[in-house]
Design a protein around this ligand. Structure first.
Ligand SMILES: Nc1ncnc2c1ncn2[C@@H]1O[C@H](COP(=O)(O)OP(=O)(O)OP(=O)(O)O)[C@@H](O)[C@H]1O
Ligand SMILES: [Mg+2]
Length: 260
C-alpha cells in the first residue's frame, strides 16, 4: 500500500512545489512508483512538469467534485515512474462547490484511496491556504512535510498550521503523522540562514529533517524547462539534496532504496 504525503504550509513561497516535484522525481529515480497530486489552483506543479494548466481537461477538481475517475485525469510524465494528477484554475471553484457536499472533507481521500495499491508514494502539493482543499489533502494523507524557508519570519504561521494538524488528527484523520519539518533555501553565506536553522532545530529537534535544501539556481530554473532538477542536472546541489531527502524518508520508513 502506497504512502500519501502532503507538502503543506499556508505561508506562500516556502518551497512546497519545489519540494513536491523534486522529492517525487527522486523517489521515482530510486524506482518507486510515484504520483504527484497538484492540489493548488496556481497549478505550479502541473506547469513545472511541462503541462499547460489551461489545456488540462480533467484535473483533481473533476475527480473530487464531479466524480471523474482519477485514471481519466492522471498523466504519465516523460520521467520514468512519475505520474501527475494535474490541477487547473477551476480548483478555486471546488472550494466553494464543496461547501454544500456531504463529507466534504473526504473528497480527496475518496479519490486517492483507490490509487494506493498502484503507487509507492503519492505526494500532494498543497496551496498556500488552510482552506477546504488543504483540509482534504491533510485528511487524505498519512503524513505531512512542512517546508520552512531559511528567511525572516520563518516560523510565522507555523503554530497555526500545527494547530490545524492537531484538529485534523482529533476529528478527521487520527493517523496523520508529521513526516518532518524541511529547511529550504538555505544560504551558507547568509548569517540569517544559520540563525533560522539553529532556531528551528532547537525548537523542533528530531522533527526536523537532517537534510537541508540549499538555495540553488537549478531548482529555481528547472520548472521553466518543465522538468525536475534531477533531469536537468543530476549533479547539481539542488538535485542531490532532494535525493538525500528521499533516502532519509525511505530509511525513516524502513524502505531500503532500490539501486539508482
Ligand atoms: N532551494 C531553492 N533554491 C532556489 N530557489 C528556490 C528553492 N526552492 C524554491 N525556490 C524558488 O522560490 C520560489 C517559491 O518556491 P515554491 O514555488 O516551491 O514555493 P511554494 O511554497 O510552492 O509557493 P506557493 O505558496 O505560492 O505555492 C520559486 O520561484 C522557486 O523556484
Ligand atoms: Mg506552490
Amino acid at each position: 500500500m502506497g504512502k500519501v504525503i502532503a507538502i503543506a504550509n499556508q505561508k506562500g513561497g516556502v518551497g512546497k512545489t519545489t519540494t513536491t516535484i523534486n522529492l517525487a522525481a527522486s523517489l521515482a529515480a530510486l524506482e518507486f512508483q510515484t504520483l504527484i497530486v497538484d492540489a493548488d489552483p496556481q497549478a505550479n506543479s502541473t506547469s513545472g512538469l511541462g503541462y499547460n494548466p489551461k489545456e488540462i481537461e480533467n484535473s483533481i477538481y473533476e475527480c473530487m467534485v464531479e466524480g471523474v475517475r482519477p485514471h481519466d485525469a492522471i498523466i504519465q510524465t516523460d520521467f520514468p515512474n512519475l505520474d501527475l494528477l494535474p490541477s487547473h484554475i477551476d480548483l478555486v471553484g471546488a472550494e466553494i462547490e464543496m461547501i454544500n457536499l456531504q463529507n466534504r472533507e473526504d473528497k480527496m481521500k475518496d479519490t486517492l484511496d483507490g490509487l494506493r495499491d498502484e503507487y509507492d508514494f503519492i505526494i500532494i502539493d498543497c496551496s498556500p491556504s488552510l482552506g477546504l482543499i488543504t483540509i482534504n489533502s491533510l485528511t487524505a494523507a498519512d503524513s505531512v512535510i512542512i517546508p520552512v524557508q531559511c528567511e525572516y519570519f520563518a516560523l510565522e504561521g507555523l503554530g497555526k498550521l500545527l494547530n490545524t494538524i492537531k484538529i485534523i488528527q482529533s476529528r478527521l484523520n487520527t493517523h496523520l503523522a508529521i513526516e518532518g519539518i524541511l529547511l529550504t533555501m538555505y544560504d551558507l553565506r547568509v548569517r540569517l540562514s544559520n540563525q533560522v536553522v539553529g532556531e528551528v532545530t532547537s525548537h523542533f529537534q528530531q522533527m526536523v529533517f537532517s537534510t537541508i535544501i540549499p538555495r540553488n539556481i537549478r531548482l529555481s530554473e528547472s520548472p521553466s524547462f518543465g522538468i525536475p532538477a534531477l533531469a536537468q542536472d543530476a549533479d547539481s546541489k539542488g538535485a542531490v539534496s532532494y535525493l538525500n531527502l528521499a533516502r532519509e524518508i525511505l530509511v525513516k520508513n524502513g524502505m531500503m532504496p532500490h539501486e539508482v
